[in-house]
Design a protein around this ligand. Structure first.
Ligand SMILES: NC(=O)c1ccc[n+]([C@@H]2O[C@H](COP(=O)([O-])OP(=O)(O)OC[C@H]3O[C@@H](n4cnc5c(N)ncnc54)[C@H](O)[C@@H]3O)[C@@H](O)[C@H]2O)c1
Length: 327
């Protein structure tokens, strides 16, 4: 298939591109490199364009004539979205509509979207399945849900087959440390921040909230290895054969891991201690959030294969072998 990948120079996108190419698909990446890296795009063309600029993207669609689009390009911090709401709606919602318009105009048949567990807000019941109420608690989560609705609407109106993939927490790196996450000092993702503290690049790792109703008081999350996530995109893309398969799909391991468990796993892998301090809970941070991943298995035959140790080990190897990933 000819697959156009927006945001393919980013973390999840670059792993997915690699798997698409290995599966024999023809790929073009569109990215503005606002957070992505040129060097993460290997083996296919990178076209520089901003998804907010239809005139810049139009020629890429016209020339490449993609049969499918995987749409990663977005801004992804809940915290930052509170401070810069206009930019978040501009990139994540207007940008998505621009991409959908181009899909409709050029006859794209399949659309795979990077949504997020942020659409569930604080889940009432865990594990969360796709029928759970959707209640985003940040502008970021709202932009993802609005995009999902827009995609479903375009799907109905134009026949575009789509999957809204609700990722839980992507983490980890390639087994051979050839590709991974770039997470500078402003990053908020727990694992890179913990690695930074363990390496002494930050004074301490702050745990936000140790009074949640969980066994050790810290929040429970569902960490999924980025290679598993990438593989899910290929499966879903190839499996979007019928309209019945369209809709939201959770992508997680279905295994809750607390902040302290993650730090323990890092201690085990690194053989170093991480200095930890505790801070009050952050507004909008759910205490519990992990996926029921059964729909991804029954509909697309996908399930995550890599465990927590693998996630932490590959992240550690990547960040320690590639210091620029923390700059
Ligand atoms: N990483 C996670 O844990 C996670 C969890 C849930 C959802 N998601 C979603 O998955 C997607 C990918 O996340 P990621 O972790 O790879 O993030 P990332 O920041 O590494 O990748 C995003 C990519 O999009 C590009 N981009 C951003 N704005 C753009 C614009 N206006 N025009 C063109 N390109 C633009 C960036 O340069 C980057 O290459 C995002 O949509 C994010 O919201 C990620």
């Amino acid at each position: 298939m000819r697959v156009l990948v927006t945001g393919g120079a980013g973390y999840v996108g670059s792993f997915t591109v690699r798997r698409l190419l290995a599966a024999g698909h023809e790929v073009v990446v569109v990215d503005n490199l606002s957070t992505g890296r040129r060097e993460a795009v290997r083996g296919c063309p990178l076209r520089m364009a901003d998804i907010r600029d239809p005139a810049g993207m139009g020629p890429v669609f016209e020339e490449f004539r993609p049969e499918a689009v995987i749409h990663f390009a977005a801004l992804k911090s809940s915290e930052e979205s509170l401070r810069d709401i206009g930019t978040y709606f501009g990139v994540n919602v207007t940008g998505t509509q621009n991409v959908l318009d181009l899909c409709a105009r050029t006859g794209v048949e399949r659309f795979v979207f990077s949504s997020s567990c942020a659409v569930y807000g604080t889940p009432q019941i865990c594990p969360v399945d796709e029928t759970a109420p959707v209640r985003p608690e940040s502008p970021y989560g709202e932009t993802k849900y609005l995009s999902e609705r827009m995609i479903a609407s375009y799907g109905q109106a134009t026949g575009l087959r789509y999957a809204n993939l609700r990722y839980f927490n992507a983490a980890g790196a390639a087994d051979d440390a050839s590709l991974g996450e770039y997470a500078g000092p402003a990053a908020t993702q727990l694992l890179p921040v913990a690695v930074r503290a363990t390496l002494g690049l930050a004074p301490a790792l702050r745990i936000f909230g140790d009074d949640y109703p969980t066994p050790d008081g810290t929040a429970l999350r569902d960490y999924i290895h980025v290679e598993d996530l990438a593989q899910a995109h290929v499966r879903v893309l190839e499996g979007l054969d019928t309209d019945e398969r369209c809709g939201p799909v959770n992508l997680g391991r279905g295994q809750p891991v607390s902040v302290r468990e993650l730090i323990d796993a890092l201690r085990h892998v690194s053989e170093k201690d991480t200095t930890v301090t505790t801070a009050p809970r952050r507004p909008g941070d759910p205490g519990l959030s992990w996926a029921d991943p059964d729909l991804a298995l029954s509909r697309f035959g996908w399930r995550a294969e890599r465990d927590l140790d693998h996630i932490v080990r590959t992240a550690w190897d990547w960040h320690t072998g590639t210091p620029a990933s923390l700059e």
